[in-house]
Each structure stands twice: as structure tokens, then as C-alpha cells.
Ligand binder design. Structure first.
Ligand code: AR6
Length: 168
């Protein structure tokens, strides 16, 4: 039976098979968790990302983790929040679905997600967490993943995930 766990802290420190990045379409780095991942992984990560040719919103692409403890980074591009009527929910679900598919492809047993799109892209955090948990649960059985960590950077996010997972 696969586990869904909550961890409060920095995703770049986690010893898991894959961490997911909240990237942008260029895949060439940025602020927030993206900046932290690029700093911790080293310059080789940017060089690997340059070869990927960008990524569509709602999709994800894989690179090695280089200096990170994680073996892989799945760079997912979340949607900017535009009020909820521009397909944001489906695009965010796509990030989680594609990441779980990449986990299967790369035989990952453990994967950690940040709260994609809830920072600089302003997606409402409770709505985003619901999509994250629902989409991961849906794709878990086919994925071969045994442990999913929802990595929460702040207390508000942690409380939202706790409420969701405790009442499942
Ligand atoms: N570990 C875990 N979570 C973190 C960390 C960390 N080290 N740092 C921040 N968070 P954001 P987005 C949380 O803004 O909204 C970048 O410039 C943060 O508190 O990183 O998808 C990209 O290049 C929030 O809960 O990503 C894009 O241009 C969550 O990670 C744009 O930001 C996501 O916040 C993407 O914006």
C-alpha cells in the first residue's frame, strides 16, 4: 500500500528518487522553489534543462538531480492563476499526472512534490492541494510509486494538506 506523507521544509534536502520542480515554460530557472532547486543541483542542471527545449504548461520533463540528493528532477509547469476560468484546474492536474507518469518511466519508488503554482503563480492553495491529492491518488496504482511526499514550505500549506489527508 503506497503512503502519502507530508513534510514541512525544503524539497532540495529530500532523499527521494524524484523531486518535482515548479518551473516555467522556459525551464531555465526562476525564483521560488525553482531557484532553490537550481542552486542546490549546480550548473549542470541548467545545462541539462537547456537541451529540453522548454515545456508546455500542464506538462513535465525529467532531468537528473546532479548535486541534489534526489536522483531525478521532474520539471512541471503550473498555470498562472487567472481567476479559475482559463483551464487552470486541468493544467495543474496535468503537472501531477505527468509527474506520476515520469515516475513510472524512471522506476521511481519515492517522489516529492512542492505546492505547484501556489507561490509566484498565485493559484489558491486549498484548491491546488485538493487537485494535487486527487490526481496523485488517481495515478498511484499504475505508477509503481510507494511513497509520495507533499513538501510544504509554509505552515498554511502544511495545514491544508493535513486536513485533506486526515479526512480521506
Ligand atoms: N521547498 C519546497 N517548497 C518551496 C521551496 C522549497 N525550497 N521554496 C518555495 N516553496 P513557487 P509557482 C514553495 O513560487 O507558484 C518561479 O520563478 C512555495 O512556498 O516556487 O509554481 C518559476 O520559474 C509555494 O508553496 O512556484 C516560475 O516562473 C510553492 O513552493 C514560477 O516561479 C510553489 O511556489 C512558478 O510559480
Amino acid at each position: 500500500m503506497a503512503e502519502l506523507l507530508i513534510h514541512r521544509g525544503d524539497i532540495t534536502k529530500l532523499h527521494v528518487d524524484a523531486i518535482v520542480n515548479a518551473a516555467n515554460q522556459s525551464l531555465l530557472g526562476g525564483g521560488g522553489v525553482d531557484g532553490a532547486i537550481h542552486r542546490a543541483a549546480g550548473k549542470e542542471l541548467l545545462a541539462a534543462c537547456e537541451l529540453l527545449g522548454g515545456c508546455a504548461t500542464g506538462d513535465a520533463k525529467a532531468t537528473p538531480g546532479f548535486k541534489l540528493p534526489a536522483k531525478w528532477v521532474f520539471h512541471a509547469v503550473g498555470p498562472r492563476w487567472k481567476g479559475g476560468t482559463k483551464g487552470e484546474d486541468d493544467l495543474l492536474a496535468g503537472c501531477y499526472r505527468r509527474s506520476m507518469q515520469l515516475a513510472r518511466k524512471h522506476a521511481c519508488k519515492s517522489i516529492a512534490f512542492p505546492a505547484i503554482a501556489t507561490g509566484i503563480y498565485h493559484f489558491p492553495p486549498d484548491r491546488a492541494a485538493h487537485i494535487a491529492v486527487t490526481t496523485v491518488r488517481e495515478h498511484l496504482p499504475d505508477s509503481g510509486v510507494e511513497q509520495v511526499i507533499f513538501c510544504c514550505w509554509n505552515e498554511e500549506t502544511e495545514q491544508i494538506y493535513r486536513a485533506l489527508l486526515d479526512h480521506a
